[in-house]
Write a protein that binds this ligand. Sequence first.
Ligand SMILES: C[S@@+](CC[C@H](N)C(=O)[O-])C[C@H]1O[C@@H](n2cnc3c(N)ncnc32)[C@H](O)[C@@H]1O
Length: 236
Amino acid sequence: MKAALIKWMARFFYPQITFAASIKQYLPKKNAFTLIDAPCGNGETSWHFARMANATVRGCDVDDNSLGNARRHFSAPNLTYEKHDIRSLVAGSPRFDAFCIINSLYCFPDCERVLSQLRNLMHSESQLFIIVDNIEGGENYRRFAASNSTAPQTAPSSRLPGLTKEEFRPFFESLGFALLDVTPIVYTHSHHPLAGRLLSIFCHFYLAVLNMVQTTFRIGSPNYYLIRLKRAPAAG
Ligand SMILES: C[S@@+](CC[C@H](N)C(=O)[O-])C[C@H]1O[C@@H](n2cnc3c(N)ncnc32)[C@H](O)[C@@H]1O
């Protein structure tokens, strides 16, 4: 009963509902495609992708607890969960049409190497979606790091050289990507003070609606950016 309720509630978990919606608009509506969501954490976003009947989704993460939660609460027939370190996952040359790295780049031990390997696995139609914190604001990351003992306590910018909004393009182009666009997303903070005072079961609805209003009217600054990348055509 509890598992069924959590699965139903997953449709509204925030900010994953917004992460998924921002990416789904670029995915094929009819043609079959394979999507890898890595790291997938508790699986909420992978589950949103798997609601597309034409998708085959692989959610991958290194953490057993997260994978346990994902398998318990966010299962679907076209969705598999697998244990992989991101480095061994990309070294194994998986095939995919879309690859999503959501709110996790700062966790990667060797992110430039991982990204270069990913780039070499992409065909001309493959899409890479990366959601990163708005590190210029910084508050989002500081709060996340304070509540998550495994996250590096320093801001992501010190691990990802030059990853401020203006510097995304040269960073990704130097790794052989073509940067399609950078979209500000998620205007409402998931640590919004009022949300904590509401019953947690309503908190995700409240945040999703608040986010919709703030995004529509550009109230406040974004907490994340969605970066869309393709493989750059070979020079010459
Ligand atoms: C902040 S969570 C984001 C999860 C998910 N993408 C989401 O948005 O809900 C970061 C995840 O990265 C995973 N992770 C950290 N280092 C990793 C690595 N080297 N390989 C694979 N996963 C890793 C953690 O276990 C954690 O689940």
